[in-house]
Write a protein of this length. Structure first.
Length: 236
């Protein structure tokens, strides 16, 4: 019942904020695209993980209302799509989190949940992101994880960055390199449920125009390296 209540609260906040879902089917559409998960962690710890992931993904938080029993967040991506997160305490040691990414990006909602799980140390074999505060850009591509990983490695070589450290798993991979041996760079690749690949390019340990410029340059080179394969970016 608590999980259902969390979803209903999330739906209400979504509709109240002028959701892009419209008409009488709006509630059904939101329910279909909402990803809900219960974590074996207290509400305050879970909410800190939610905020950390929002920062990691370079989301602009517009609403953050929370207390000891959970919270509600509305944030925007760089392409202006809204991200709605609702967390509610089930009991002292368990918290239910619901995520909705408008206008219905369930893949990214699942990835956000996976990142929260990573942050809470609940994903088997998952490594926490080390560059949470850097400048980031992202994209979703039709190519499979291994093809995108190869393109990422070629992009690193083309830009004459340091030889990358590689971490590869069944559903995600990470490359870590550096520019001039001083600016850390990370490319994180996640396989989505539609067998696409969500890629996040992170540069530096703090947001800056120079770091963002390099992140955009790395993303552009990565996309160039996907040629002659057909590119399929779905988000910016």
């Amino acid at each position: 019942m608590r999980a259902l209540a969390a979803v209903l609260i999330l739906l209400a906040s979504t509709l109240a904020s002028c959701s892009t879902f419209g008409g009488r089917d709006s509630e059904n559409a939101a329910a279909i695209h909402t990803v809900t998960k219960t974590y074996s962690k207290p509400a305050d710890e879970t909410w800190r993980a939610v905020l950390s992931v929002a920062k990691e993904l370079d989301l602009r938080v517009e609403t953050d209302q929370h207390d000891a029993l959970g919270g509600m967040m509305i944030a925007k991506r760089s392409n202006k799509d809204e991200v709605h997160v609702d967390a509610r305490s089930v009991d002292a040691q368990n918290t239910t989190v619901s995520v909705l990414v408008e206008p219905g990006d369930k893949n990214l909602a699942q990835i956000i949940q996976d990142r929260v799980s990573d942050r809470l140390g609940l994903s088997v074999g998952a490594a926490r992101a080390s560059l949470a505060a850097g400048s980031q850009v992202d994209g979703t591509y039709d190519q499979k994880l291994d093809a995108c990983l190869g393109a990422a490695e070629r992009a690193i070589a083309a830009l004459r960055l340091a030889a990358p450290r590689r971490e590869l798993h069944d559903t995600w991979a990470r490359l870590e390199t550096a520019q001039l041996d001083s600016i850390p760079i990370q490319i994180r690749l996640d396989r989505t449920r539609r067998d696409q690949t969500f890629v996040v390019f992170t540069v530096g340990t703090g947001a800056s125009d120079d770091n963002r410029t390099l992140a955009l340059r790395l993303k552009a080179e990565f996309e160039r390296q996907l040629i002659p394969e057909s590119r399929g970016e779905k988000s910016q």
